[in-house]
Design a protein around this ligand. Sequence first.
Ligand code: F0G
Length: 458
Amino acid sequence: MDLPYAEPYKIKMVEHIKRSTRQQREQWIKQAKYNLFNLRSDQVFIDLLTDSGTGAMSDKQWSELMLGDEAYAGASSYFKLKNAIKDIFGFDYFLPTHQGRAAENVLFSVLVKPGDIVPGNSHFDTTKGHIEYRKATALDCTIDQAFDTDAIHPFKGNVDLNKLEDALKKYNDKIRFIIVTITNNTAGGQPVSMQNLKDVRFLADKYGKLLVFDSARFAENAYFIKTREKEYKYWSIRDIVKEMFKLPDAITMSSKKDGIVNIGGFIGFRDKELFRQATVYNIMFEGYITYGGMAGRDLNALAQGLYESTTFDYLEARIGQVHYLGQLLTDYGIPVQKPFGGHAIFVDARKFLPHVPKEEFQAQTLAIELYKEAGVRGVEIGTLLADRDPVTGENRYPKLEFLRLAIPRRVYTNNHMAYVAAALKNIYDRRNDIRHGYRIVYEAPILRHFTVELEPVE
Ligand code: F0G
């Protein structure tokens, strides 16, 4: 019999989490104005809000904290991370930032101006936010299969090359760069193939554009390339990563995902000139170039984390756990994005709650139901997150309405996953009784989902 995957680590320290009653949770979510971001973490039993900054560091990472060099300039921690970035990604230049959106802020200060168009594959919400804030447009060129949760495609995160080339022809003078997000979070943690990355590079060269990767989950993307793209079957994860990162001119990175640290980010550059331009903004917004918003100890922990996340055994267990949850839900008949992604399971809320009108936020309604049922916190990746159209002020109804169950790295066991799946099954069994959702009582003009306040539609 083939041996199953097993985590290549054991548990050295535990953190207690609290169970609660349904009655308590109904009270708490009401007090939180039906926004799961407003819950206190001790009101949550299993927290699948995000896989960002929520991972468990290893003993080696914790020991790196003690070795942090907190010098303002030229700290050894900076050089440790610089060497790791050169070794793993191949970049000679980098700037630390306090997280991924800060990297976007700095890089886009150089690259985006009003009226620009930035094509890519389903830009993450902060990426889109930083583009729209600069009065530019994020143009989604993801392949159509990504928007059909039952369509099976090994690389549903791919860029549609025809859509991209059409955009490059039509808006040539408005496009400075293309951004490819690996893995494609918004479409369901779906990977982008090496071939697609190479094809996008080809088009970037053909039209004289820069290519940027949003690399938050680059290691998970490399795992899918190894396991799904024949040519790379015998390549190591590190070699695949090196091959991927020969392609972009620059990368933004939220280290809170595949860096397996609680805070941090960086920008990687191939070219010294672009690095120099971005340096000005980094010093203004983030900090001096050798720490950029991070403590020396955190730079150390990140350097170590990058080595740990780019190993096959770790990735197999990590993605294996995500797939374990996906399979349980599928066995219960619950509609989810397939194939399962790298960091989360995305429940198709439109199919799950067909009686709730789309104006009443189906995925948010499901997220609230799941919290009330079992104290599990997921997150809406749907209409609330899509914000209003900046021109018309109307709600934007995205092609997919998801409840995302994002799994922190190295934190929960498969028993926790079974608990989550059982909770969702209970709701699925009574889905036809759920006919109403929520209406907005307060919203911010941009990135409204973080602070929105809701009330139930009776
Ligand atoms: N890019 C992608 C693909 C992301 O998923 C995120 C964050 C960012 C950029 C921004 O990075 O949070 O470090 O500023 N995603 C988190 C999530 C918040 O829950 O998916 P950040």
